[in-house]
Design a protein. Structure first.
Length: 344
């Protein structure tokens, strides 16, 4: 950073292997979420390997990778620290694109200006006593710039990335919101007049007082939810000066995902397995058996490292099917169903 001199984390969001159109759209949504410290228009080629991205990551100051891949059982997302790891592998049980969220909401709020600053990261339900959950917390906290609470400008806080961990189902709810604030105790007409630069149409009114009084005070949501009211320590946009009470609201902008941590590796997509949801020993036996089996050259349609990752992820899904007794992504975890009918 030119202002503080601290190193700002930057990221690459890439896809490995053959991804369907929906996952390509999810990749672009994740790039937009990671703005402004990511490569929004990164060009990928089928000939590029992970090593190619690692080689250019150093000169560009890229510190993290978000990697999407797809197998015959389920899509996966890897979050890795460059260049030495660790790497966390998440199974994507279901997801919803930003376009789906926009179609499902009556009022979708995502102005381009909110993407000029990184989002705030809010984590809930992660038990620091469990090593793998503590690592997830540290990884997502460090993938975005650190916020100095004493020096941060409130007007720069425009977005929130929420990660909620459910200890019963062991899944993480991944949500992305935009933040808005509205003054409390001000009529709707005055609020619109203050917050917007457009001059209101007064042709149908007999007196200016009708414009002030006709809308009443506040809104329905303000009266129902008083817990959203806060006293602002700093100015927050038009109509929200410091020391005034305002109602803070969150507007979902997507994407949304349901993730499950499957594996934690010590290195960058390699190295010792530090955590495995389905058991490290069972996974090692399956991988060893895979390596001993001969591989037909005609069956290899991607880079060796990518095929090895896909085999490992398929092994994870097969083990899940045997132990739990259901197909990965079955029922409420079917990501295609969530995309077709967003659950709001």
């Amino acid at each position: 950073s030119h202002e503080t001199g601290e190193k700002i984390p930057r990221s690459f969001v890439i896809g490995r292997g053959k991804l369907p159109v929906l996952l390509r759209n999810l990749e672009q949504d994740l790039r937009k979420l990671m703005l402004p410290h990511t490569a929004l228009h990164l060009k990928e080629s089928g000939k590029n390997t992970l090593k190619d991205f690692v080689h250019v990551a150093g000169p560009l100051g890229v510190s993290h990778f978000v990697i999407l891949s797809n197998t015959k059982n389920a899509p996966y997302m890897k979050v890795a620290r460059s260049p030495h790891g660790p790497t966390m592998t998440f199974k994507v049980h279901d997801f919803c694109l930003a376009a789906d969220v926009a179609r499902a909401l009556l009022r979708y709020r995502a102005p381009p200006s909110i993407f000029k600053n990184p989002p705030l990261v809010v984590l809930n339900g992660f038990n620091p006593a469990e090593a793998h959950l503590k690592l997830v917390t540290i990884m997502f906290q460090n993938i975005f710039p650190v916020i100095d609470v004493k020096k941060v400008k409130l007007s720069l806080c425009q977005r929130v990335l929420l990660l909620n961990y459910d200890k019963d189902t062991k899944v993480i709810d991944f949500r992305h919101y935009a933040i808005s604030a509205q003054p409390v105790g001000v009529s709707r007409g005055i609020r619109k007049l203050v917050q917007r630069t457009k001059i209101p149409d007064l042709r149908t009114l007999n007196d200016v007082s009708e414009f002030v009084t006709k809308s009443g005070y506040g809104s329905e949501s303000e009266a129902e939810n008083e817990s959203s009211r806060v006293t602002l320590p700093q100015d927050y946009g038009r109509g929200n000066p410091a020391s005034q009470q305002s109602a803070v609201k969150l507007h979902e902008i997507g994407p949304r995902m349901t993730l499950q941590l499957v594996k934690v590796e010590e290195g960058l997509c390699s190295g010792a397995v530090m955590f495995h949801e389905y058991g490290i020993e069972e996974n090692k036996k399956k991988n060893k058996k895979k390596k001993e089996e001969p591989v037909d050259d005609m069956d290899v349609d991607m880079d060796g490292e990518e095929q090895h990752e896909e085999e490992e992820e398929d092994d994870d899904a097969d083990y899940y099917r045997q132990e739990v007794g259901e197909e990965p992504g079955e029922g409420k975890r079917n990501f295609t169903l969530l995309r077709q009918v967003p659950c709001f």
